[in-house]
Ligand binder design. Structure first.
Ligand SMILES: Cc1cc2nc3c(=O)[nH]c(=O)nc-3n(C[C@H](O)[C@H](O)[C@H](O)COP(=O)(O)O)c2cc1C
Length: 346
């Protein structure tokens, strides 16, 4: 029998979808790249895919600094967040839209299930998004089947509807709830279905639920301060993998300034071109408490369901441990800017 490693699942995904690069780095000619004119975006980014590519390039401007002479300790990688212990500071980013973005190869429910159960079996958490092709509460109902172990991130719908969705999520006892504020730029929804949110709106949403609230799509210090002031429980630094807006800044570019303002107040989550455990450590060093992974886990869920998602988390965990050993980090607190250099790229 063939060894079911990550390549095995990548090959299945490749047969189910169009060609894509394993690293999902925004390089041309793969599905992980610019929108093809007139066709759907697939796993790519808006416009010419520059924001997507910039996420990858700005993160990889940094280099990890090796530090070898130090007493040996097994790195402590676990964290506690939203009252739960995670084996590693990594989550599955909220993804959705098999019909619109992933060739309609499996059902949306199966897709969410693979992500949610795969993360849970790894001692981690996955988020799920929502798509116009399915009911807005589909993710919450799949999370319920996972004993509430998951986080729904809803689009910025009308306030009334969001409050109802938050209430449903609370009734079904999910771990936390959130809104992808940058989802307002989603290419798949019609005008007048999604809205930008004011400071008053986000405050109202926080006040509407007893669950921890996450605001996703924060890319500058001003917005981050507003998230903290709203009483939210986490600030999620993300540009949605470059999907709503092209020519934008990379996450690694803005994360240190946001961390300077928010660190120690509420947890900082961040995603954007995180592919390996080495990338995770860099994102933590730049100021995040949790790094999230989007496209690779989406491919794994499509190709092999929760087993493949679990394998990806194992891969990340393995390399995060190595990254910590090699940079002299005994625990996650030691993952600071001191373990990074800006490399030759300046
Ligand atoms: C196919 C696809 C669907 C996505 N759907 C959603 C969604 O429904 N809600 C959301 O908040 N973010 C969504 N995202 C953005 C991800 O949560 C995440 O921010 C992004 O993928 C991170 O970048 P990465 O893919 O480079 O890891 C989606 C991304 C992709 C690629």
């Amino acid at each position: 029998m063939k060894n079911k490693d990550l390549n095995y699942y990548y090959n299945i995904a490749r047969n189910m979808l169009e060609d894509f690069s394993n690293v999902c780095d925004g390089k041309p000619d793969y599905i992980c790249t610019p929108e093809k004119f007139g066709a759907t975006m697939g796993l790519g980014g808006a416009g010419q895919g520059k924001t997507f590519e910039t996420n990858y390039n700005t993160l990889h401007k940094y280099r990890l600094r090796m530090q070898m002479i130090k007493a040996h300790h097994e790195p402590e990688m676990s964290i506690s967040i939203f009252g739960k212990e995670l084996t590693i500071p990594v989550m599955g980013a909220s993804v959705s839209g098999v019909k619109l973005s992933l060739n309609d190869v499996i059902s949306e429910e199966e897709f969410y299930w693979g992500l949610l159960k795969g993360a849970r079996d790894s001692g981690c958490i996955a988020m799920v998004g929502n798509t116009p092709a399915c009911p807005d509460d589909l993710g919450v109902t799949v999370i319920e089947k996972n004993d509430g172990w998951g986080i729904p991130i809803f689009k910025p719908h009308s306030q009334e509807w969001l409050v109802q969705l938050f209430q449903l999520a609370e009734e079904l006892n999910v771990l936390a709830v959130g809104v992808d504020l940058d989802g307002v730029g989603s290419q798949f929804w019609n005008e007048k279905q999604l809205y930008r949110k004011s400071e008053k709106d986000i405050q109202e949403l926080v006040d509407s639920t007893g669950k921890p609230v996450i605001f996703k799509g924060i890319m500058n210090v001003e917005d981050a301060v507003k998230v903290v002031d709203s009483g939210a429980d986490a600030c999620y630094v993300s540009n949605h993998g470059g999907r709503p807006m092209d020519c934008g800044q990379g996450v690694a570019e803005v994360l240190p300034d946001i961390a300077m303002e928010v660190s120690g107040k509420i947890p900082i989550l961040a995603d954007g071109a995180v592919r390996t455990g080495f990338d995770v450590l860099m994102v933590l060093a730049l100021g995040a408490d949790v790094a999230l992974i989007g496209r690779p886990l989406a491919l794994m869920s499509v190709a092999g369901g929760y087993n493949a998602v679990k394998l990806y988390f194992e891969y990340v965990k393995h390399d995060l441990r190595l990254a910590m050993i090699m940079t002299g980090c005994d625990n996650l607190k030691e993952a600071t800017m001191d373990i990074l250099s800006k490399g030759l790229l300046g």
